[in-house]
Design a binder for this molecule. Structure first.
Ligand SMILES: Nc1ncnc2c1ncn2[C@@H]1O[C@H](COP(=O)(O)OP(=O)(O)OP(=O)(O)O)[C@@H](O)[C@H]1O
Length: 263
C-alpha cells in the first residue's frame, strides 16, 4: 500500500450534523479523502454510516456541514447534481432497473455525462446516434471490467446478488466519477464472491480512482483501506490507518462493548 496521505484532496467534508426528530444521527463528522485512496467508514449498526453517505450524495439535507470536491465547494442538494459534480454511489439495498438489461443499466449511468439531450434523442440526429453507439461500447467495456461482460443482455433482476452488486459498480463507474462511494458492497456475498470483489476494488483504485467504502466485513476493510474512520452513535471516535484503528481502545469497546450488535 503506498502512502496516499500527501496526495491531493478529492473530498473534504467538515462538521456534518444531522438530526432525525430526537435522534442525533450525526454530530460534527468530518473526513478528507485523498486521490487514489480507499477510505473506509465503519461502525456498529445505527452508527450513522448510511446517513453520512446520504448526506454527501444529496439524499438527505444536513443540519450543518461544508463540502468540497476536488477543492471546489459543492452543495449536496440533489442526487443528480451530486452525480454531475462527480460522486457516484451504490446502495446498500441494490437499486437497479430490474426489467432493463445489464447493458442498459450501465448506459443509463453514462447518460449523466452526455450532451445530445432529449431533442437529439427524439430527432435521432447523427450526433445522437454516434453518441449512443459510444455509450453502448463504453457500457460493454465497463461490464467486461467488472467481470460480467457475458451477461450484458440479461435482465438485471435475473443476475445473482453478487453480480447485481458488480453491475451497480459498473453503472457508478459509467459516470466517470471523481469519487465512487460503495455502500456495503460485500453484503450478502459468499467468501468466493468477496475475494473477487476485493480484487475489483483494488483494480479500481489502481486505475486511479478514489473510493469511499462502507463495509461491515472488517477483514475486507482492513485489507483494502488506506484510511479508516470509525463512527459510533453519530460521532467519529477515531481515524487512522487500519492498524491504528484496530488497536484503538474505543473501537474495541464500540464493537465489543455491551449494547452493540457488532458484525
Ligand atoms: N430517514 C430516517 N428517519 C429517521 N431516523 C433515521 C433515518 N435514517 C436513519 N435514521 C436513524 O439514524 C441512525 C443512524 O442510521 P444509519 O442507517 O445511518 O446507520 P448505519 O451506521 O448505516 O447502520 P447500518 O450499519 O445498520 O446500516 C439510526 O438510529 C437510524 O434509525
Amino acid at each position: 500500500m503506498t502512502d496516499t496521505q500527501t496526495a491531493p484532496e478529492v473530498l473534504k467534508v467538515t462538521n456534518v450534523s444531522k438530526r432525525f426528530g430526537g435522534l442525533q444521527a450525526l454530530s460534527g463528522v468530518g473526513i478528507t479523502i485523498r486521490k487514489g485512496q480507499v477510505f473506509g467508514l465503519i461502525g456498529p449498526n445505527g452508527a450513522g454510516k448510511t446517513t453520512f453517505f446520504n448526506v454527501i450524495t444529496g439524499l438527505y439535507t444536513p443540519d450543518s456541514g461544508t463540502f468540497e470536491l476536488g477543492g471546489k465547494p459543492y452543495q449536496p442538494t440533489a442526487v443528480h447534481e451530486v452525480a454531475k459534480t462527480g460522486i457516484a454511489r451504490t446502495f446498500q439495498n441494490i437499486r437497479l432497473f430490474g426489467e432493463m438489461t445489464a447493458l442498459e443499466n450501465v448506459m443509463v449511468g453514462r447518460h449523466v455525462r452526455t450532451g445530445s439531450g432529449i431533442l437529439g434523442a427524439i430527432l435521432r440526429t447523427p450526433s445522437f446516434l454516434r453518441e449512443e453507439a459510444e455509450i453502448r461500447d463504453r457500457a460493454q467495456e465497463l461490464l467486461d471490467y467488472v467481470g460480467i461482460g457475458n451477461m450484458s443482455q440479461l435482465r438485471a433482476r435475473t443476475l445473482s446478488y453478487g453480480d447485481q452488486r458488480r453491475l451497480e459498480i459498473a453503472r457508478a463507474l459509467a459516470t466517470d466519477p471523481h469519487l465512487i462511494a460503495l455502500d456495503e458492497p460485500a453484503a450478502g456475498m459468499n467468501g468466493t464472491e468477496k475475494v473477487v470483489l476485493r480484487e475489483l476494488i483494488d483494480r479500481i483504485r489502481n486505475d486511479g480512482r478514489t473510493i469511499l467504502l462502507i463495509e461491515h466485513d472488517v477483514k475486507l476493510v482492513m485489507g483494502l483501506c488506506d484510511r479508516v474512520t470509525v463512527l459510533d452513535y453519530g460521532k467519529q471516535i477515531v481515524e487512522g490507518t487500519p492498524a491504528e484503528v484496530q488497536r484503538n481502545e474505543q473501537v474495541i469497546e464500540a464493537y465489543l462493548g455491551a449494547g452493540h450488535a457488532a458484525h
